[in-house]
Design a protein around this ligand. Structure first.
Ligand code: AHR
Length: 313
């Protein structure tokens, strides 16, 4: 297989294609599928690219191995979505020493020396968490519940990932202003529907009176909804449990319309065009920014209708 890739790569170099090694962190969610598709749609052969793709299946050691492979294959660029933030210094230094530009996408790395990567294209996870908190403030105010005791459970994503760290911190930051908000529990559901359902089922058993579920992605929210249905707990617009979700994939937007999810904080997976743009600038020797943050929205019943038609994921 490796020989096959080498032969194809040699052909790609002859055809003057830009060889890009991509390490995608996994395929845990519908958001991730949309992210993968966006990259594949932008970095096509017609657009001048030859992609060497690696799916790390949520394991940092797989990503490190893939990046080392890209370095020894002498790719032109390395693009990677890090599963967690820490532990990248050594391999990034190896890429730097080999003079291969590294473009980090989606989540961030936590390194002291930011010259270890060329640029980062992603979303502002901490702001997403704050948006969830600010929405809850407004919602409780609107419903005359500002003085009520509010019990909150949080389904977290992959622990140590930017999406988890940022969303947890951002929400906690706003919660810190409200003595009557009680975060009863924060447990990871690994960004998957299956784990989301299992963890929510356990949380419902442990806590009798949950007012708010903050679920850090839509897949876990879908799982949690199943758990609430099975437990006979009402949720959403007219239910006991207010549902706050993240990502805003099409199926979740439909649930907002039906009143089953109260609010969805968008995380935008459409990052392929940004990557293409950065590489094209680098090819021409033009400067690029150190970070690019993609646009994001907040969806509720009030505005969801006008976005449903155009949603492709
Ligand atoms: O890093 C982005 C997050 O990862 C998305 O919110 C989630 O769905 C994905 O798995």
């Amino acid at each position: 297989l490796f020989k096959g890739v080498e032969i194809e790569q040699a052909q790609a170099e002859q055809e003057d294609l830009i060889v890009v090694g991509v390490s995608q962190l996994g395929s845990e969610s519908d958001w991730r599928s949309a992210h993968t598709l966006s990259i594949r749609d932008a970095l096509t052969k017609d657009a001048g690219y030859f992609l060497i793709w690696n799916n790390a299946r949520q394991m940092q050691e797989n990503q490190i191995k893939a990046i080392r492979g890209f370095i020894s294959q002498r790719v032109d660029y390395i693009v990677f979505a890090p599963v967690v933030e820490t532990g990248w210094e050594t391999v990034l230094r190896e890429a730097k020493d080999a003079h291969i530009p590294v473009i980090i996408i989606d989540r961030m790395v936590d390194v002291e020396d930011d010259s270890l990567y060329t640029t980062w294209i992603g979303t502002d996870a901490q702001e997403e968490g704050k948006r969830a908190g600010r929405w809850l403030e407004r919602y409780l105010r609107k419903n005359g519940r500002t003085l009520e005791e509010i019990n909150i459970v949080v389904l977290q994503g992959t622990i140590g990932s930017t999406a988890e760290i940022g969303r947890s911190r951002g929400f906690q930051n706003i919660a810190g202003y409200h003595d009557n908000w009680h975060i009863l529990e924060q447990t990871t559901g690994d960004f998957t529907a299956t784990r989301g359902k299992e963890v929510m089922r356990d949380m419902l058993r442990r806590h009798g009176d949950i007012d708010v579920l903050v679920s850090q992605n839509d897949d876990m929210t879908m799982g949690a909804i199943e758990a609430m249905q099975e437990a006979g707990v009402s949720y959403g617009e007219y239910g006991e449990v207010t549902v706050i979700s993240f990502d805003a994939i099409y199926d979740a937007l439909l649930l907002i319309k039906k009143g089953e999810i109260n609010v969805d904080i968008e995380c935008n997976p459409v990052q392929g065009a940004y990557i293409d743009n950065v590489i094209q600038r680098l090819e021409k020797g033009e400067p690029v920014g150190k970070s690019y943050i993609v646009d994001e929205n907040v969806f509720t019943k009030e505005n969801v209708e006008k976005f449903l038609d155009g949603r492709t994921y």
